[in-house]
Design a protein around this ligand. Structure first.
Ligand SMILES: C[S@@+](CC[C@H](N)C(=O)[O-])C[C@H]1O[C@@H](n2cnc3c(N)ncnc32)[C@H](O)[C@@H]1O
Length: 349
């Protein structure tokens, strides 16, 4: 007589089963629902259209039919179920689940969180060999996806940087890691006396250059490829770091601050507008999941304003102006303490 599996064991095994998410994401990546919608319903035909091997495809299709994504037809082919139809291109979910796309690529690191637990590094870097931002900027194919994924305006209370900091005495502002230039566009649109430089990785420089031209700001604003772990353009009045340190562990965050301090020389300042990625969410389950997901993608640990101030101190920076800190964002103007601006930038924390 077969032994009955205790319900708790069955429940735990079901929760630990990696196969359903894996199979669904492969179906999304290989556009199986699209091929079926085009009338290709037999396993060999679907495999050929998907550029996949026939035998593994036969097994994948058979499995997808057991989890209500596909159903078998009388002629040995497959059709999509109501759930499976959600995986058609344009229906809303396929692109997000596509393992070759930016979102799916990030999510595919989640099963490797063990790497984060053991090393403190992101699971993303463990799987893809490079940190998230470096990876998505390394392949031109991600450019259009970054364009679609990124927000076009200011997020995470970013408008407070424009409204609250005293910009009247500033001539040249460098936005370090300024993404597609959203903040510089907002700043230069508001203050006609400002000039701006964006320092970013290659895909974002291309996108920002297009956006600066579209906003008619190309004469006052340029985007340059640079690395905030290396030398930054020197001599600007203000170096903005908005939502950048949040992605990094303490040691790397201090390295970035030191690079900015170095570029400040004796008269520049840093405007540190960091965000706290670990927000209080109403549902503790959402909170716990969000914390782990963030950690899978980037090595940041979440810092409140006191944590950010501690980093500034370690980088040899004095606080010379402070905006009100909210749960989301802190605003600090930092000035290199005399004699520390040229301190070895790669010297760690
Ligand atoms: C979380 S986003 C913040 C974007 C923007 N400052 C904002 O407030 O929305 C971090 C940005 O840092 C950029 N970045 C990551 N590594 C970088 C590096 N080594 N050098 C320059 N920029 C980098 C990324 O491309 C990304 O746009």
């Amino acid at each position: 007589m077969a032994t009955e599996i205790p319900p708790q064991v069955r429940d735990l095994l079901k929760k630990a089963d990696l196969l359903p998410p894996t199979a669904i994401r492969i179906a999304a990546t290989l556009r199986i629902a699209d091929h079926i919608a085009d009338g290709v319903r037999d396993p060999a035909g679907i495999a050929e259209r998907a550029g996949a091997q026939r035998v593994p495809m036969e097994r994948l299709l058979r499995y997808l039919a057991t989890i209500d994504v596909l159903c078998e037809t009388d002629d040995g082919g497959y059709d999509v179920t109501g759930t499976g139809a959600l995986l058609r291109s344009g229906a809303g979910l396929r692109e997000a689940l596509d393992i070759d796309g930016l979102m799916g690529r990030g999510e595919s690191a989640t099963p490797f969180l063990l790497h984060t637990l053991r090393t403190g590094k992101s699971a993303y870097a463990g799987v893809h060999g490079r940190e998230y931002w470096e990876d998505v900027n390394a392949e031109p194919v991600f450019r259009e996806q970054l364009k679609a994924l990124g927000h076009s305006g200011l997020a995470w209370e970013g408008e407070r940087i424009v409204k609250e900091y005293p910009w009247s005495g500033v001539g040249h502002v460098v936005d370090v890691g300024g993404n597609k230039g959203q903040l510089l566009i907002a700043l230069l649109s508001e203050f006609s006396h400002l000039r701006g430089t964006l320092v970013e990785l290659p895909n974002l420089v291309e996108l920002a250059t297009e956006d600066f031209a579209r906003a008619g700001l190309q004469d006052r604003c340029t985007a340059v490829v640079g690395d905030f772990f290396a030398e930054l353009p020197a001599g600007a009045d203000v170096y903005v770091l908005s939502g950048v340190l949040a992605d990094w562990d303490d040691e790397d965050a201090v390295r970035i601050l030191r690079r900015c301090a170095e570029a400040c020389g004796t008269r520049g300042r840093i405007l540190l507008a960091d965000i706290d990625l670990v927000l209080d969410m109403p549902d503790p389950a959402d909170q716990a999941a969000a914390e782990l997901r963030t950690m899978a993608t980037v090595p940041g640990i979440g810092r409140d304003v006191d944590g950010v101030k501690e980093l500034a101190g370690r980088a040899g920076l004095d606080i010379t102006w402070e905006g009100e800190a909210s749960a989301i964002r802190s605003l600090l103007e930092l000035t290199p303490r005399t004699g520390t601006a040229q301190a070895a930038p790669d010297g760690g924390a």
